[in-house]
Design a protein. Sequence first.
Length: 178
Amino acid sequence: MRIIRGKYGRRRFDVPKNITARPTTDFARENLFNVLENMEDFSGKTALDLFAGTGAISFEFLSRGCAEVTAVEMAPVQAAFIRSVKEKLGDETLRVVKGDVFKYISTCHRHFDYIFADPPYDHPRFDEVPGLILSSPMVRPGTIVIVEHSKTRDFSHLPGFAQHRVYGSVNFSIFVVE
């Protein structure tokens, strides 16, 4: 796993072979963050990474200046990997929550400036995720929500839909909460 840009840019970490996550490609991550940086400055912002996997998105948010990032991941191997990278970086602004994303969404009352979700494409509740986030207390006016998905899904009918981006086989729907 590589952190692309920012204060931790170009740092690489060996991902354990037994990780079952499907990491967002470097190409897609780099392009997504270019889009997000053109929308708003990350400095002092808070970010939430749901279904965090390897934590690549979380570390990119941290590296680019977010004041605090929360990564939620249920799989023990992935959560342990995120914690190990956090320790190697010595960055205390990352909070790792090992737990169920759906429970987290239903119980979290903190607001975030950015919320990124990358559920497994075959998750039986995948299609619920954007709506659950957008209707949760975690969002406030101005929150930017990004959902990574396959080309077979279309979330343009949901409130706040701003744009759809495609980078290779990776699709992102971006929402701006009003």
